[in-house]
Design a protein around this ligand. Structure first.
Ligand code: ARG
Length: 306
């Protein structure tokens, strides 16, 4: 199929996709965080940042980042994750702390390097490329795509070699055609028409192979139907809760080696909390208010590494 056809009928090749025919994928168990030393709010890159320049409490931000880091250390002590790694934030890279965006690491030790939409964020990417190369990863640079924001827009189906790729704000659908060919993995493309949900990781949280929580208003009817055909149980989270609490930026972790799991999310959600409880997640609620002013919360502040 040509690139143009693949994009126009964006999921037509997946009409008959069956989870049972998709290879398994062990979940990554190493967590990478980026120190918040230079975190700031300078310009408006998404709707959540409107009116927030100059409104950041930097001491509180550092404390909240530390609290999240402590949760990951505790999860390491409990055997839920295997390692907690750190990359230093760089001066002049005010959004680098959102380390879900600059890359997309894959299980075969290849890492897709992002093409950030905003020039100020493009400066962050070489630091991550060097970091992954030092870990022994091979870097993949996209040729045709104009924008791609890594794990912010590319979310794996739990335990499967299948990806969901959000597009419309920060990633170009062409990226998924290229990545799919290069990594040899199907990618279901999901258009994000609602500016409040500018990355897929703000509105879509797969909870298990069969369960997902999401915000209906973040998707098109076609996208929603595609998701509903892949998961037998969908928890619909009200748009107001998803926007005000960033609960769909929760980080859910499943350790395939020992069956342990955990969910970390911003304090204050109701429906998302209930869905996580129903799915049997031990829950860690934490405060990320200063990062929410920049349009991000827990999921954005870490990268899972194989
Ligand atoms: N201020 C950052 C931006 O607009 C926030 C990024 C949040 N990351 C995420 N994965 N949703 O780019």
């Amino acid at each position: 199929m040509s690139m143009e056809t693949a994009i126009k009928n964006y999921n037509s090749e997946y009409n008959n996709i069956q989870l049972t025919n998709i290879e398994s994928r062990p979940e990554p168990l190493k967590v990478l965080m980026c120190s918040p030393t230079y975190f700031d709010i300078i310009d408006v890159k998404n709707t959540h940042m409107l009116g927030q320049s100059g409104n950041l409490n930097k001491d509180l931000a550092r404390q909240q980042w530390q609290d999240l880091h402590d949760i990951y250390l505790q999860l390491k002590a409990e055997g839920v994750v295997e390692e907690v790694m750190l990359i230093d934030g760089a001066e002049g890279c005010e959004d680098m702390v959102f380390c879900a965006n600059q890359t997309f690491p894959w299980i075969d030790k290849r890492v897709v390097i992002s093409k950030m939409r905003h020039p100020s964020r493009q400066k962050e990417v070489p630091f991550f490329e060097a970091y992954f190369k030092a870990l022994g990863y091979q870097a993949i640079h996209l040729k045709e795509a104009t924008m791609f924001e890594g794990m912010g827009d590319t979310i794996p189906h739990p335990h499967k070699k299948l990806l969901y790729g959000g597009f419309g704000h920060r990633s170009d659908p062409k990226a998924y055609v290229e990545i799919s060919k290069t990594l040899q993995v199907p990618i279901i493309r999901l258009e994000l028409p609602n500016p409040n949900f500018y990355h897929l990781d703000t509105c879509f949280v797969p909870l298990s192979e069969t369960e997902v929580m999401l915000c209906r208003e973040a998707f098109t009817a076609e996208g929603l139907a595609m998701i509903e055909s892949m998961f037998s149980k969908v928890f619909y989270i009200p748009e107001s809760e998803a926007i005000s609490s960033f609960c769909l930026n929760a980080h859910v972790i499943h350790n395939d080696k020992n069956g342990k799991k955990a969910a970390i999310l911003q304090k204050g959600s109701v429906h998302a909390l209930e869905a996580l409880k129903q799915c049997g997640y031990p829950i860690y609620e934490t405060a990320t208010s200063e990062f929410m002013k920049s349009g991000g919360s827990v999921f954005c502040m870490k990268m899972m590494v194989y």
